[in-house]
Design a protein around this ligand. Structure first.
Ligand SMILES: [Zn+2]
Length: 295
């Protein structure tokens, strides 16, 4: 056996072992991932990646437009994208960056390097983290169009309505006092079904008063990893979700999610799906019903 062959065999074995460990940790993920990939071509598909203590999720529209929301705290998203998107398809139509904290951003420069990205939607808030500067530099270098969200507005992508609720003012080049509160918040609407994406927004009480869009949603991606700073009771009651997704790392040092958030959600009868317990979390919607593939 030549040295080259041996190296190849070792690389393949290492890959098989890492896949094995991944599926042992999240035994249902492989089967559900298959259901997700093969969902009906008229379905909207929503996926929340288990990226540890951070946020990253993917929206695939019925005609395969791909919207990536945030990029997690490390580069693990890259392997996950390879698992869910066809290897020959290197296009991501939109990236939405809720805000530039590292736990939402870290894999995104690498995504820009590896994929052809149609447009980036962000607030343009100032932040000096090296990954963010790298992200902004790559956007410029690759001439990727950007859309800056600085007021409530609506964007329709392949029949899916994205209603941007926050921010309500411009953070472009500004240094917000609380970067979490500069987060992009949007409600996705597909016919009769909806999902609310909070980023790390903590000032939801204001949404209950000011939102011109009904907050009631089938699904909520819980704000700030279930922190008690976010997740006001009146706000959660206004959303009254069937499903509450909490993107959170196992045994994280912040104590996320807070017991009070879990209590409010249980009172509302929401099904709580946590990435630290379920791994990647998958949903499909046919426009009439949004259903969880993750049981
Ligand atoms: Zn965060």
């Amino acid at each position: 056996m030549t040295k080259k062959n041996l190296k190849y065999i070792i690389a393949v074995l290492a890959l098989l072992v890492s896949f094995g460990i991944y599926y042992l940790q999240t035994p249902n993920t492989g089967k559900v991932l298959g259901q997700f990939i093969n969902a009906s071509s008229t379905d909207l598909r929503l996926m929340f990646f288990d990226v540890g203590q951070g946020d990253s999720s993917l929206i695939i529209t019925p005609n395969e437009q791909k919207i990536l929301v945030d990029g997690g705290p490390d580069r693990s998203l890259i392997g996950k994208l390879d698992g869910v998107l066809p290897l020959a398809d290197r296009r991501i139509d939109y990236i939405i960056l809720s805000h530039p904290h590292a736990d939402h951003l870290t894999a995104l420069p690498e995504v820009l390097r590896r994929y052809q990205v149609g447009a980036v939607i962000m607030t343009g808030a100032a932040h000096t983290a090296p990954d963010y500067l790298d992200f902004l530099r790559l956007i410029k270098e690759k001439n990727i169009p950007t859309k800056i969200i600085e007021q409530p507005q609506e964007l329709v992508i392949d029949g899916i309505k994205l209603e941007f609720l926050e921010p309500t003012k411009s953070f472009f080049s500004a240094r917000p006092e609380n970067l979490n509160d500069s987060s992009i918040v949007f409600k996705l609407v597909y016919a009769s079904t909806s999902a609310l994406y909070l980023g790390d927004f903590e000032n939801e009480e204001s949404l209950v008063i000011s939102s011109t869009v009904p907050l009631k949603s089938d699904l909520i991606k819980i704000g700030h990893h279930g922190s008690t700073n976010a997740n006001d009771q009146s706000f959660l009651a206004a959303v009254s979700p069937t499903y509450a997704v909490i993107s959170v790392g196992k045994n994280n040092s912040y104590g996320h999610p807070h017991y009070r958030t879990l209590y409010y959600l249980k009172q509302l009868g929401a099904q709580i799906l946590r990435t630290d317990e379920r791994g990647d979390i998958f949903f499909t919607s046919n426009g009439q019903t949004l259903q969880s593939l993750t049981k």
